[in-house]
Design a protein around this ligand. Structure first.
Ligand code: WT7
Length: 662
């Protein structure tokens, strides 16, 4: 394995001087280079600038290239900030583009998914496009038999098994709207989302495998649906065979639902702007936001970016290691790759089961060629050392990617050296649940700097602004924004238009309406390279997962012994951040070590393992503003031994002194 020598400081981002050019053959033969040559663009910069300046024309062309339409659109974009409509009047269905057209064409016997179960004694399964079509249709007919119709919300709460994309595609095919809740959320998280979405049906499994052990999942659904009158049926897919209670008349096994159903099903002809899914994500308050995406625009963005950024071609084996419960999985395990007719790995389990060699082995055994993962996983594998990698042959890889949080230059270099034989480019893709697809990212022709997501992609107008909406000069930082709409952007929050307007559009509304505030800080270095620096709001990134401080705090306060809580993120070598909770107990409660453990467990029960607090500490008071807002920034600074800044706005400055170092 070629070792690359560090030639500059590795962690002071804006002093990054290393530049890594893309391998010549990769760049020359890339999908994006082919397009550039066809259009006569000489340089990457010229191409990026043209596509962004002419973004409406550009996306119009991309929408025709990547998707088939039942009826053409009459207008490419109608933009009445903050509401965009793309491909207006067009008729389509994303499942047609993901499944039917491949299954009925030359790709019918091509493998869509290589499913790798977590238990090592279960064989890998290959699912072709033709098989996928049959399964999707049978399940779509099953859902119809339960009375699911266009516009109904269907909740999915499942591990990473093929039935999850099958269910998503079936729901989309009949025009219903899917809402996936990551299976690492508990019944509480599931319940609040079911209530908000007023779901008609919930789809789940009996149980799932966690580090080789079967664990039940269905009981969480029973708890979560105890008080949800909208839910008529729960469909249960048998995965582990663990015994679970089934309620007569309400619960139905997946196999029974599809038994005898026809394997033919017509697509519902959807309007471009009809909703495809709602995905809940964390904002600054405790209440998750239901982000809405639509058929028309969303079938274009992920496919186009996957084709250009990850250069996915017909003979590639693509592996995105995310869970489908998050946007990364929606866009890059399900919709993007399937629209392209690609072959994807779908892995059920954790990277360290049965040992830390598992991912390398999956790459080796399946000749994975393009690999996309998160910095937290890279750091975990880096910590475990190179010996695991050395046991396996990962030379099938030709391109790498990263997503979810900033990737430290050290981890970037290690990733490039270990997975990438010291030469493969890393596509550091910056985006969000809201954006549906990458916004700032390298292309396989871009000279890379470790830790930088490089430049806005073609078709986007992303910039970094100061408070007055001026673009910041090179070498400084500010708020990352989008100046123009794009096809796969969120359309709204489910039934909460005010919050949609407030969270993304209000900051610059008076100066320049229609400026999308992403919620991240970013810097541009002297060459214009973007370095994303994290959230401007109170949102945690735990192992790349988005959790709001307020959500964890309300989970703590829901415990009968807790009066108040303040939650901060503490930097962590592997997970990026871990949760530290400062808890004020109710009068008369004793501060014991047992209670700390009980509270951490309580959060896990309410929100799920993703939100487990690493440390719980008792305090008598937390610093607040005069209007009663908890000053998490001050708490964090004090707890980490950093300067706390001006405390004059606080109602109770003494509370700061009592915050312990962590
Ligand atoms: C937030 C969105 C969409 C991918 C999965 C997470 C952070 C995402 C990067 C990156 C630095 C990143 C941002 C963003 N983020 N990708 N390449 N570099 N930060 O989706 O849960 O909606 O979180 O993840 O803070 O706002 P999400």
């Amino acid at each position: 394995m070629a070792e690359e020598k560090a030639t500059a400081k590795t962690s002071v981002l804006l002093e990054e001087t290393r530049i890594f050019e893309a391998p010549k053959d990769l760049a020359e033969n890339s999908n994006v280079m082919k397009w550039m040559k066809e259009k006569g663009f000489k340089t990457e910069r010229e191409m990026r600038l043209w596509c962004s300046a002419n973004y409406i024309q550009f996306w119009g062309e991309m929408a025709k290239t990547y998707a088939d339409w039942f009826e053409p659109w009459s207008s490419t974009l109608e933009w009445k900030p903050p509401y965009a409509k793309w491909f207006v009047g067009g008729k389509c269905n994303v499942t047609h583009n993901c499944v039917d057209r491949h299954a009925q064409g030359a790709k019918k016997d091509k493998v869509a998914y290589i499913f790798v179960p977590e238990p090592t004694d279960q064989p890998t399964q290959k699912i072709t496009y033709a098989q996928l079509e049959k399964e999707v249709n049978k399940f779509a007919n099953g859902l119809k038999s339960l009375g699911v119709v266009k516009g109904d919300r269907v909740m999915l709460y499942m591990p990473m098994i093929p039935q999850l994309p099958i269910a998503m595609l079936a729901i989309a095919k009949i025009g219903a709207i899917h809402c996936i809740v990551f299976s690492g959320f508990s019944s509480g998280g599931l319940n609040s989302r079911i209530m908000d979405a007023e779901a008609k049906v919930v789809i789940t499994v009996d149980g799932f495998y966690r580090r080789g052990k079967p664990l039940p999942l269905k009981p969480n659904v029973d708890e979560a649906t105890a008080n949800t009158p909208s839910v008529k049926n729960v469909v249960v897919c048998k995965r582990t065979g663990v015994a679970v209670p089934m309620k007569e008349g309400k619960d139905i096994w997946w196999d029974d639902l599809v038994a005898g159903k026809s394997d033919a099903c017509e697509c519902e002809k959807m309007d471009s702007e009809d909703r495809l899914f709602i995905l809940y994500t964390s904002g600054t308050t405790g209440k998750p936001k239901g982000i809405e995406h639509v058929h028309g625009g969303y079938q274009v963005g992920p496919a186009q970016t996957l084709h250009w950024v990850f250069d996915v071609k017909d003979n590639d084996v693509w592996w995105c290691t995310a869970d489908i419960g998050w946007i990364t999985g929606h866009s890059y395990i399900v919709y993007g790759p399937l629209v392209l007719g690609a072959t994807s790995i779908m892995y059920e389990g954790s990277p360290d089961f049965p040992d830390l060699g598992r991912w390398y082995k999956i790459i080796q055994d399946n000749k994975v060629s393009v690999f996309y993962t998160a910095p937290t996983a890279v750091r975990m594998l880096m910590k475990a050392g190179d010996s695991w990698a050395k046991k396996y042959d990962v030379s099938s890889l030709r391109l790498l990617g990263s997503v979810g949080e900033p990737i430290n230059p050290e981890a970037w270099m290690w990733y490039r050296n270990t997975f990438g034989a010291g030469k493969l480019p890393i596509m550091d893709t910056w985006w969000q649940t809201e954006t549906g697809t990458f916004l700032v990212s390298p292309l396989p022709i871009t000279p890379l700097k470790p830790g930088s997501a490089t430049f806005p992609l073609p078709g986007f107008n992303i910039d970094v602004l100061d408070e007055e909406a001026n673009p910041v000069p090179l070498g400084s930082g500010g708020n990352i924004v989008s100046n123009t709409p794009w096809p796969s952007m969120l359309r709204a929050f489910y039934r909460d238009p005010e919050r949609y307007q407030k969270e993304y559009w209000s900051t610059y509304w008076d100066i320049r309406p229609g400026t999308y505030l992403a919620g991240d800080k970013a810097m541009k270095d002297k060459d214009g390279y973007f370095f994303i620096q994290g959230r401007i709001d109170d949102v945690l990134k735990i192992a790349g997962h988005r959790i709001s401080n307020a959500e964890v705090e309300s989970a703590l306060v829901s415990h009968p012994k807790v009066a108040e809580a303040a939650v901060i993120g503490k930097p962590d070598e592997v997970k990026g951040e871990v949760i530290v909770a400062f808890v004020i107990l109710r009068t008369g409660q004793e501060e014991t070590e047992e209670l700390k453990k009980e509270l951490a467990k309580h959060v896990r029960t309410v929100l799920g393992p993703v939100a487990y607090p690493e440390t719980v500490l008792f305090v008598k008071d937390v610093p607040k503003t005069r209007s009663g807002k908890i000053m998490r920034r001050v708490i964090k600074a004090k707890a980490l031994g950093k300067p706390t800044g001006d405390l004059s706005a606080l109602a109770n400055p003494d509370a700061v002194d009592a915050i312990p170092l962590i």
